[in-house]
Design a binder for this molecule. Sequence first.
Ligand code: KG4
Ligand code: ZN
Length: 329
Amino acid sequence: MNVLGIDTSCDDTGVGITRDGRVVANVVVPQTALHARFGGVVPEEASREHLEVIDSAVADALTRADLTLADLAAVGATYGPGLVGALLVGLSYAKTLAWGLDVPLVPVHHLEGHLAAAAAEPPFLALIASGGHTALFRVQAWDDIAELGHSRDDAAGEAFDKVARLLGLGYPGGAALSALAATGDDHGVSLPWPMQGKDTIEFSFSGLKTAVAMLLQRQPDARPEDVAATFERVAIGSLVEVTLRAVERTGLERLVVAGGVAANRLLRRAFDEAGLEVRFPPPGLATDNGAMIALAAHQRLLAGGAEPGSATTVMTDAVPYQPLAGAAG
Ligand code: KG4
Ligand code: ZN
């Protein structure tokens, strides 16, 4: 069964194809350069760019998979969460394509796509930390996914990007900030620990980001590498602290980590040291892409018992949890 998946939730146009649950094409058209000059994603620009490239991205994915449209058994697309205008482009495209081909359309929750990309067998705990979302899930089975908690404000990657910007490191700046941090003193300045003393499965990064901005105003001569190192220690330390609390509460010791922040070396080291069985999605599937949406759609089709290639089915009722407030992006 060949499934095409589309993700246009934020600033990358992702189109992927799976054959019997294996990724055979994964085309991502990034918009990083387009948004870099604004220092963040401009929603209207993102929507227009998705519209511009989606047709050729689909054609490219089909060529790479050595397939034609007639070979597709279903079309999956992210229905949320994300930038509304951007989502509309991918979802409308997918709807039209599914209708035209008379195959099922499978709306996929964006975060379920990230989970499907991990290729891990449930049950497991999943931490998704990217520029748009930071949340923890218990995946008991593919049709039994519960969110345990998310960020009250900024996503982890967003905080990295904002602090990187304050330090003049460009956008997106997470990786550059982490590289600078490696050369600094991680106790070189003083920053507050997020959610100090709160025994909850929740994250918060906006106070930390504001604390960095205020510190730079107060101490303009603070060494940037020390600010970066201290910020990284606290931000990653807080992510790890809350995740380990979730491990303790659920008893699940298998952990899937997805999203751009999963690349962070402190994060990887901390989970290794905690002795957890950690899985990272393969390169190319860790950040936003369409193949993960095809994988999730494939699983949904199998779970729903839908006959591939039969009548058009809009499987909105099969979605087990609703778009998650605060985890959007
Ligand atoms: O999942 P992702 O590629 O996509 C979006 O959210 O759009 O995540 C990108 C985020 C950015 O905020 C970036 O700064 C962050 O991941 N990131 C990192 C690192 N590499 C990328 N954050 C911390 N440490 C890194 N090494
Ligand atoms: Zn994402």
